[in-house]
Design a protein around this ligand. Structure first.
Ligand code: SF4
Length: 186
């Protein structure tokens, strides 16, 4: 999947996306794909009838992005690809917002901030993968065994010929004997 939007005029020359930060892969329905016009705010002009048409469109587009499941990764992609996001709303940002954010990233992470962010993402993915495949330690295995031993198992059925009589059974026998002695039991 790429960040291109159906219906949004594409740049006249081919601009390759920066593959260090790929556009997030998702099966979710994205509003910018189903309603691209909503995000092309530069195409919306204020009129006498509606002097705040663009402002209203911007609010709508930003609201749509705020509920998007991939907004965080979309923002990274949009910032890493200025040539492909010269216009429109991407991840609830305007062109001016994105320019400002890129300046802040350069100040914090240096000119190659895309490389730094891509490396951070790679390390994060690696850590997540490692957390899924690391085998349990000896201590973890020992603890798991202890836990299993502590789980009470179902007792074996009472064997009257092999095991001592329990206090409850003794009491029950006494009650039966007393009944027999009193002549109440047949
Ligand atoms: S955050 Fe906005 S621009 Fe980005 S994919 Fe989602 S709806 Fe589209």
């Amino acid at each position: 999947m790429s960040g291109n939007r159906t219906g949004v005029p594409q740049p006249p020359t081919f601009i390759a996306a920066d593959d260090r930060i790929p556009f997030p892969d998702t099966d979710q329905v994205l509003r910018c794909r189903t309603s691209p016009d909503l995000f092309a705010i530069e195409d919306i002009h204020n009129t006498d009838k509606d002097p705040r048409a663009r402002e209203k469109a911007l609010v709508k587009a930003k609201h749509a992005c705020s509920g998007c499941p991939i907004v965080k990764d979309c923002l990274k992609w949009a910032l890493a690809n200025p040539g492909l996001t010269k216009t429109g709303v991407w991840a609830a940002t305007t062109k001016r917002d994105r320019t400002q954010l890129r300046k802040q990233l350069v100040a914090r992470l240096g000119e190659d901030w895309v490389g730094v962010v891509a490396e951070q993402d790679r390390l994060q993915r690696e850590r997540a993968r490692a957390a899924r495949v690391v085998p349990p330690t000896v201590r973890e295995l020992a603890l798991a065994r202890l836990e299993l031993e502590a789980i009470p198992t179902r007792p074996a059925p009472y064997n009257r010929w092999k095991e001592p009589i329990t206090p409850a059974q003794a009491a029950s026998n006494l009650r039966v004997l007393a009944l027999v002695a009193s002549g109440k039991a047949a």
